[in-house]
Design a protein around this ligand. Sequence first.
Ligand code: SF4
Length: 338
Amino acid sequence: MESILFFFAAFVRTTVILITASLVVRLLVHRWTLSEDKPSVPVSVNFHFTRKCNYECGFCFHTATDSYLAPLQDAKKALALLKEAGMKKINFAGGEPFLYQSIWPDLQLESVSIVSNGSKIRSSFLRENAAWIDILAVSCDSFNEETNLKIGRGVGLSHVSQLKSIATACRDVGILFKINSVVCRYNVHEDLSIQIAPFRWKVFQVLAVEGENMDASPTGTDGDEPKPKLLRNVEPFLISSAEFDEFCQRHKHVPSIVPEPNHLMKASYLLMDEHLRFLPRGSNNNTPTGSILEVGVKEALLHAGWDEQSFRERGGVYEWTKPLDSGCAAKGASELEW
Ligand code: SF4
């Protein structure tokens, strides 16, 4: 009897030790997974390669404070480094990317997208380049041209008709068409139920970014230095979170709607600027990192202010590759040179 009890006790002891050890290992693995030291993978990068724009949206948060454009060879190197580090999707943004139609590469990524105000896009460009563009996003905040003019989105009364032409051209050549709308004081009460069916309709709450469209300490000086005058003032455009929620509720029947309130936008986008630096946005520190050509992707990511978890929580990874057989110029049909 005693030996049975002895073996039973030994069995229980061993089982407890094994279970405890397994729990400790799982806890350590979990902590490592969440650890800040674990290198992030720059899965999706927004490359704001220019700040120049032909529009003057009053809430713009990437303003023309700098006319720099990185040499093409440097931009190519930076994109190659990002791809090596795990980039699967690139979004070319600005400013207005279509002021520079000739610089875009064929990167052979899962997804290439461009976000534009639409004014410079020509259907011939879409036909000739459809092979490597998965998604084209055009910004439009209202179907009422007067509202677009008040916002600064456009210079005449043609923004909406241009948007419709681009949507048709995208459909014809098999590019996924997306609309980005910023909800602000001027359109918050509008019914924007989409008259065009995009595959994705991103709806952003207008965002204040210190040093771009919001002056945190409007004293006119920055220490002893006179402060540079900001090109935009977002204040008259701001809306509350409740107003934004109300707008989204009103449009929740639109199947493609993807709402992004301020708290989801902050830190969930990985932005690279015209100097090939990551640009923290919406955090307390908006200081750019070093150029990734100089400090490397891994080091720059540590200071990029990018929250990979928020990126995933806001649905940053989605079905972003266009179907292989889409349109007359399906992906891979031709290869572009730099
Ligand atoms: S179109 Fe975009 S980049 Fe140009 S001013 Fe408007 S928000 Fe800024």
